[in-house]
Design a protein around this ligand. Structure first.
Ligand code: SF4
Length: 473
């Protein structure tokens, strides 16, 4: 049944991506977005950028958010600090430069970081704090790179915090190589993935004679890639559209527009597109992809013909919708808080091709969805699974709707052929819960959970599956 699941992607790049899925076919509602604050990017980037130190310039609210919601204070105290703004700072009675200088000098002396990243917050935006003016001056004085990332809660999605940090790192990337430029096909990849996953993606490209000449971010600041008009760059995450734009506009890099290496099908398409740019005919991809699908045969039988609804939270939605469609699921709606139609053009095209290949109709694509309207649609459509933010997950669970936190896809390893299983592990977990029987009870639109489970969820106001995680937080 799943033997034919591989091998159909090579032709799709020939057509213009934007022709395949025109912007007019994407609906736009005007809903408020409910998402984690982007300053949460500190929690994964401090691990990725070795020797870095993050100073979040904000209020107590920001500190509580980071400390309580993510628990980063426990694990990252040596690599993260809050610069808490008080009345005197906000009313401009103190010098921003002098206050930040005092903190940076202390951090520099105590931790000796290779880079200091100042994270702006809502408050620094509102009081118009000139972080970009202060950072270069401090950087010269302390002789350590200090950059600014405005990763505040005014953004569309919490994942865009990473976008802002990568943009800030761009300012300190060299624009010319110290040694002579390596010949052959070279590409710089941008997007934060665990080192192990990065190694796997590099290995896949190396098999096709493509060398990864650098990563943004890199594990060591000294290894930041050379970026200039001769550099080919390609993203691995769909929420990095500003970084992509900046790479093209400020450094003149060649952006390879490709689907993202999420799931076996996306990874294959990503490799194919990079190879196509360098005129390389990829080899062995059929077998690599088939191998990945074969390893998840048990999960595919669980998700086959199950319906799924993405409410929209972390900008991974289009890639995930494409992947689960390929796995045989029926995608009812793809909500996405913000959609850069150019940066995601190849992914949108692949979604359309995947739907055609699997004999599914193109799902409704809704940018900036209105949650109230979505709830009405969920009541009508009765999806088997809803991928949603934490704000709505428990409310849906209490009404018997199986959910999965979209944030979990951000923190899990989902890139590359080898992680196809861990991606499906996340998707199938709510569907594998015991007691997933279809019942009709008078709880609004309850239909997929046993009465016991629904009542438990109402009683504890939390999905049983999520209770452990909440306890840990
Ligand atoms: S940056 Fe804004 S949204 Fe984020 S925690 Fe601080 S005040 Fe809240």
């Amino acid at each position: 049944m799943y033997a034919s699941i591989a091998i159909f992607l090579s032709e799709y790049m020939k057509a213009s991506a934007l022709e395949q899925l025109s912007p007019s076919s994407i609906e736009c509602e005007t809903g408020a977005y409910h998402t984690f604050c982007p300053i949460s990017c500190v929690s994964w980037l401090y691990q990725k950028i070795g020797g870095s130190f993050f100073i979040v310039v904000g209020t107590k609210t920001c500190g509580y958010f980071l400390q309580n919601a993510l628990g980063v204070m426990i694990f990252s105290e040596p690599r993260y600090a809050m610069a808490e703004l008080e009345e005197m700072d906000i009313s401009a009675q103190l010098s921003d430069y002098a206050e930040l200088r005092r903190l940076c000098v202390q951090v520099h002396a105590d931790r000796n970081p290779t880079i200091i990243i100042l994270i702006g917050t809502c408050t620094t935006e509102i009081v118009k704090m000139d972080l970009e003016g202060i950072a270069p001056r401090l950087s010269r004085e302390l002789d350590v790179p200090i950059v600014v990332a405005r990763a505040n809660g005014l953004d569309y999605a919490f994942t865009m915090g990473e976008d802002q940090v990568l943009m800030s790192l761009l300012t300190i990337c060299p624009d010319r190589a110290k040694s002579s430029i390596t010949s052959g096909a070279n590409v710089v990849l941008f997007g934060s993935v665990p080192d192990f996953t990065a190694g796997q993606l590099e290995m896949e490209l190396r098999r096709q004679s493509v060398t990864v000449s650098g990563w943004l971010p890199s594990t060591r600041c000294a290894d930041l890639p050379v970026l200039n008009k001769d550099t080919f760059v390609c993203g691995v995450n769909p929420f990095l559209s500003r970084t992509a734009t900046t790479l093209v506009r400020r450094r003149g890099c060649h952006l390879i527009s490709a689907p993202f290496p999420i799931g076996a099908d996306g990874t294959r398409a990503w490799i194919e597109q990079i190879c196509a740019v360098f005129g390389i005919v990829p080899e062995g991809l059929d077998a690599r992809e088939q191998e990945a699908w074969d390893s998840v045969d048990d999960y595919l039988s669980i998700v086959h013909d199950k319906s799924i609804f993405f409410m929209g939270d972390n900008l991974l939605e289009v890639s995930l919708a494409r992947f689960v469609t390929r796995c045989g699921m029926i995608v009812q709606e793809v909500g996405v808080p913000y959609l850069d139609r150019h940066y995601q053009a190849a992914e949108l095209a692949l979604l359309r091709r995947t739907c055609e290949h699997m004999g599914r109709s193109l799902p409704r694509l809704v940018e900036k969805p209105d949650n109230y309207s979505q709830i009405q649609r969920i009541r009508e459509l009765r999806p088997d699974l809803v991928i949603t933010g934490m704000a709505l997950a428990n409310a849906l669970e209490a009404r018997g709707i199986a959910t999965k936190w979209s944030a979990e896809f951000t923190f899990a390893q989902i890139h590359g052929f080898a992680n196809t299983r861990s991606l499906l592990e996340l998707v199938t977990r709510p569907l594998r819960r015991p007691g997933q029987t279809h019942i009709d009870v008078d709880l609004g639109f309850v239909h997929k959970r046993s009465l016991d489970a629904a009542q438990q969820a109402v009683k504890h106001k939390v999905a049983p599956e999520h209770s452990n995680k909440i306890n840990k937080l």
